[in-house]
Design a binder for this molecule. Structure first.
Ligand code: GLU
Length: 300
């Protein structure tokens, strides 16, 4: 009807997919227990659905109309949402979750436009219709739900701390009273510091990478945001920074989209729930060696 079946990848994995399933909902295929076996990229582990119809979804109607998907993402968060500017390659757990959703809606990789949107601008990008959906360490909160809707959660982490590699004696936000702590504008962690830690001097940027740069240059004493994000930066700059302390909030990541699109919400939640091993394969590929221990959460 609207498009013919295409495979999200070529080669053995894709052929196996066809043999294993004739289902058309971005359905689970290979991965098995071991990060996808021979498949190099998660995009070869699911196939692009064909003849998708999502009755009553304005988002899906817009995608169909333009024959493409516009996904809001982060691109400075290693392991989660990252753009290698030299190769142009996008990697990360969130990026592959976004690809999986696109495939389940009938859109191949080359029909996806990734748009970097900073934490502070997410709700606006969604309400303006600049993006179809957002996948980027986006915590489900009641305040955000006043403006947009979420599917998920698909990942759970919590706020943590990143300090200089030589720093001693910092484990909690209380230990940073009288110090300067950096986070991203509009994020839950910056709101937490401002609301609950009056003795901390907050510093904020659009991007966490700018905070990490300040930390490395000695301009701030710590960076706070979700520990999963901080672990990615610590792996990127192991000589300079380290993650300390325990998680001190619960951050439940959702996929954000236009308020009222319950057809899309149900579609994505069903994909997560019925996705078989795909979530685990995406996790193993991107975060398996990070030390992060997270199981796939049940959707709301
Ligand atoms: N998950 C938190 C939030 O949504 C922090 C990470 C981010 O800014 O993306 O605000």
């Amino acid at each position: 009807m609207r498009r013919t079946r295409t495979l999200a990848g070529i080669g053995i994995a894709a052929v196996t997919l066809l043999a294993l399933t004739a289902c058309n909902s971005g359905s689970p295929t290979t991965p098995g227990g071991d990060a996808g076996g021979d498949a190099e990229e998660p995009s070869t582990w699911f196939e692009v659905a064909s003849d998708v119809s999502l009755e009553g979804s304005p988002t899906f109607d817009a995608m169909t109309e333009r024959d493409g998907v516009v996904v809001g993402v982060k691109e400075d968060q290693p392991g989660l949402g990252y753009l290698d500017v030299t190769t142009g390659e996008r990697t990360g757990f969130d990026i592959d979750i976004a690809r999986w959703i696109a495939a389940s809606l009938g859109f191949d990789e080359d029909k996806i436009e990734f748009k970097p949107i900073a934490s502070a601008n997410r709700e606006q990008a969604i309400t303006n219709g600049d993006i179809d959906y957002y996948v980027g360490t986006y915590s489900i909160t009641d305040k955000r739900k006043e403006l947009i809707d979420f599917a998920g959660p698909y990942f759970i982490t919590g706020q943590g701390l990143l300090v200089g590699a030589d720093t001693e004696g910092v484990e909690t936000l209380e230990d940073l009273n009288g110090k300067t702590v950096c986070s991203a504008t509009g994020s839950t962690p910056i709101q937490n510091i401002k609301a609950n830690f009056p003795e901390i001097t907050p510093k904020e940027y659009d991007l966490y990478s700018a905070c990490v740069e300040d930390l490395i240059n000695g301009q701030v004493d710590a960076v706070t945001t979700d520990q999963a994000i901080l672990i990615g930066f610590a792996a990127q700059y192991p000589e300079d920074v380290k993650v300390v302390g325990d998680l001190f909030t619960e951050e439940r990541y959702g996929v954000g989209f236009t308020k009222g699109d319950s057809a899309l919400q149900e579609h994505i939640n069903t994909l997560f729930t019925d996705g078989g091993d795909i979530w685990q394969a995406i996790f193993d590929k991107n975060l398996g060696e990070s030390g992060i221990k997270v199981e796939q959460p049940a959707v709301d």
